[in-house]
Each structure stands twice: as C-alpha cells, then as structure tokens.
Design a protein around this ligand. Structure first.
Ligand SMILES: NC(=O)c1ccc[n+]([C@@H]2O[C@H](COP(=O)([O-])OP(=O)(O)OC[C@H]3O[C@@H](n4cnc5c(N)ncnc54)[C@H](O)[C@@H]3O)[C@@H](O)[C@H]2O)c1
Length: 331
C-alpha cells in the first residue's frame, strides 16, 4: 500500500516506518522542516531501509503543503505528528493546538483524500485523566488535566466528527505510555536510565502515579493490525499492555536490571500541579483484542523486563546516550 506517515522521524514514527518498509509498503514520510536538514530518528535507521523511504520535509500546520503532498494519492494516512510533552504544554498551549488539532484538520480538510482507505489518527491515554475505574476501557469519560490532553481530545473528536459527517475512514488508536529505544528524553524511562548512567542519585517528580507501559514493538504492531483490517472505522481503540506499575517501583526495577543501587530525590520542578497529574493509567485491551486479535507480547513481568533490557542496552551505546541531555531538566 501507499502510506503517508506524519511524525515519522519521532520515536513511534521511526519504528513504525521501519516496519512498514520491511512489510514492503511504499512509505512517504513527513519530516518537520528544520535548518540542519535532520531527519530525526530516521537518520538512524538501517541505510537499506532509509533508501526506500520517500522523505518530504514540511510542517503539519501548513494546510497548502499538506494538501499538495496528499495529491500523491495514498491508500493509508497515519497521523503521529504532535507536540507531546505535558510540562511544555503548560507554557506553550497555543503551539499544541496549532500542531495537534490544526494538523489533523489539514489532513481531514484536504480535497485529495477521496480515495484514501484508512486514516489512522493517534490519540493518547492522557485524555482519560485520573480514571474513575480501572482498567480503563474506551467508554471511560475523557477529562483534560493538561493543555496537551485538551488538544488531543479536540483532535480525536474532530477526526471522529469527520467520520460521522463525511464518511471519512477514520480510526483512532489510543496508545498508553509506550517505551523503547529512541523515546523522547522527557519521558520517564529515558529520564531514569540516562540519569542512572551518569549518577546513581537520581531526581524525579511524583513517585506514586502508575502507568501502563507498552513496548514499542507492541505499539507499532497495533498500527499494522489496524492497517490490515477492514474493521475499526469510526472507533477509538486503546493500545496498552494492561500492566500497571508505579514510577517508584519502575525506577528501582530499572536500577536492579542495570545492577546499580540508586537513591531518589523528589525534585519540585519535576512535580506536576496536583490536579494536572494523572494518578493512574491502566488499559483495558479487550476491544483491540476483539477487533484486531492483537495482544501485547511484552505484558508479562518477564517480557516487560526484556523490553526494559532492550531499552537500556540501546542507551548504553554512547552514540545514543550523548544525544540526551540527562543532567538538565527540560520541560
Ligand atoms: N510515546 C508515548 O508514550 C505516546 C503515548 C500515547 C500517545 N502518543 C502519541 O503518539 C504520537 C507520536 O508520539 P512519539 O512518542 O513518537 O513522540 P515524538 O515527539 O517522538 O514524535 C512526534 C513527532 O511529531 C513531529 N512534529 C511535531 N510538530 C510537528 C509539526 N509542526 N509538523 C510536522 N511534524 C511535527 C515531530 O518532529 C516528531 O517526529 C503522538 O501523537 C503522541 O501524542 C505517544
């Protein structure tokens, strides 16, 4: 299939692009235009794969540019482009709406998508806020506890409204926290690993919240299942592991795997405002299992640790570690 991927040079996008190329799809990637001609993590993929990707630099916020790219007539569009950090969304909410909401709107409004078979839009578990019940299924109400979550709720609803109003073949995949090599330095697992590698006295924010952590290989597989299937149009579908762990336990687990004794200091600047912190996240994955027959491979205690080991191994390579500025807290 001819597939257009936005946010392709990011963490999930680069892994997904690699998989799509391996599956012999013809992949066109939107890479955010920048002055140093970086293709983000796509610069790090196997050169044989890189050669097969059609890269277009640009910006999802630019309606004319998106419309003209879509003239290439794709079978599938996968929208991953987004600003994703929660703390930065406190400072720059407008940027989040311009990227996360206007971005998908520019795709949906294009007059060049009449023959597209599927538009997969990427949501996030953050939209649920602190849950009323666990595990969180797709009927759980949404509640924005950060401008990031608000922008993702708006984008999801916009995409669904275009499905209902104009019959566009939209599917919303809603990943819970994904981890693995190449994840953003601002996410919790890279924060823990990169700090431990420099100093066993690590600094974190709140330690009690829990997260459902899904290994990247499982998350990207969910996208492949969604592309292959004719089912799921007009649906929101959780992608998670159903495995819940607190930040504190996670830090000690990572330290144990790395063979290091750590101490944790709670650093004020890293703690989110009380009502903004999502206290628990744990996915119900019954729906994705029913619709796509997808099951996570890394959800048992043992396989979760294998995912962590793979991630740690990747960070141990200095060419990877040096990209991360672990000693500085950036929001
Ligand atoms: N990583 C997770 O745990 C997680 C969990 C739930 C949902 N998600 C969602 O998955 C998607 C990908 O997340 P990720 O973790 O790979 O993040 P990431 O930050 O690594 O990737 C985001 C990508 O969007 C691109 N982008 C940002 N602004 C852009 C613009 N104006 N024009 C074009 N491209 C732009 C970035 O360059 C980057 O490639 C996002 O939509 C995110 O909300 C991620």
């Amino acid at each position: 299939m001819k597939i257009f991927v936005t946010g392709s040079e990011g963490f999930i996008g680069s892994h997904l692009t690699e998989k799509l190329v391996k599956k012999k799809h013809k992949v066109t990637c939107l890479v955010q235009y920048n002055f140093h001609n970086s293709w983000g993590w796509l610069d790090h993929v196997d050169p044989k794969i890189k050669k097969k990707i059609n890269i277009i630099t640009g910006d999802i916020r630019d309606e004319n540019l998106i419309n003209s790219i879509l003239k290439k007539k794709f079978d599938v569009i996968i929208n991953l482009a987004a600003l994703i950090g929660i703390p930065y969304s406190y400072r720059a909410p407008k940027s989040y709406f311009e990227t996360n909401v206007n971005g998908i709107m520019n795709i949906l409004n294009s007059n060049n998508i009449t023959n597209v078979k599927r538009i997969i839009h990427t949501s996030t578990s953050e939209v649920y806020g602190t849950p009323n019940y666990i595990p969180i299924d797709e009927h759980h109400p949404v509640s924005a506890q950060s401008p990031y979550a608000a922008s993702k709720i708006a984008a999801d609803q916009l995409a669904l409204s275009y499905q209902k109003s104009f019959g566009l073949p939209v599917t919303i995949l809603r990943p819970f926290n994904t981890f693995g090599p190449r994840q953003s330095a601002r996410a919790i697992i890279p924060t823990i690993i990169t700090q431990i590698l420099k100093n066993p006295k690590i600094k974190l924010g709140s330690l009690h919240p829990t997260r459902d952590l899904t290994y990247i290989d499982d998350t990207t597989d969910a996208f492949l299942y969604a592309i292959k299937s004719k089912k799921g149009i007009g649906e929101i579908i959780n992608v998670g592991s159903g495995f819940e762990i607190s930040i504190k336990k996670l830090a000690f687990k990572i330290a144990k795997i790395m063979g290091t004794k750590i101490s944790i200091t709670k650093e004020k600047v890293r703690v989110r405002p009380k009502n903004s912190e999502v206290e628990r996240l744990c996915a119900s994955i019954k729906k994705i299992n029913r619709i796509y027959n997808w099951k996570p491979k890394y959800s048992s205690k043992k396989s979760f640790e294998i995912g962590l080991q793979n991630t740690i191994k990747w960070f141990l390579k200095s060419k990877n570690l040096n990209i991360y500025k672990s000693d500085i807290f950036n929001d």
